[in-house]
Design a protein around this ligand. Structure first.
Ligand code: FES
Length: 103
């Protein structure tokens, strides 16, 4: 069974918002897309850029280092210079709190 860690309250991340958290020693970026929450590893697969510091455009995060884009719902790499997808993590909401599993 997955271990879920509490990372934030839903009120801390409004629609279109993002937050960097740490889950089991991993940096994880949490996003609110239209009221749904998504989590990806906060490490760009191109050269380790901090994705949570990038611009969120709809459901795409733009790496602040060299402009690679990732879909925050799936972790899919969408354009160069990144070729590999980022890890995507399971999220659940309970009583207005956000939980993430990095298993
Ligand atoms: S580190 Fe993200 S695009 Fe280069």
């Amino acid at each position: 069974m997955s271990d879920f860690f509490r990372v934030a309250k839903t009120s801390e991340i409004p629609k279109g918002g993002k937050k960097l958290v740490e889950v089991d020693f991993l940096p994880v970026a949490i996003f609110n897309i239209g009221g749904e929450y998504y989590a990806i590893e906060d490490v760009c697969t191109h050269d380790g850029g901090p994705l949570a510091e990038g611009e969120l455009e709809n459901e795409e995060i733009v790496c602040p280092r060299h402009g690679a884009r990732f879909n925050v719902k799936t972790g899919q790499a969408l354009c160069m210079p990144a070729f590999e997808d980022v890890e995507c993590y399971e999220v659940k909401i309970e009583n207005d709190k956000i939980y993430v599993s990095v298993d």
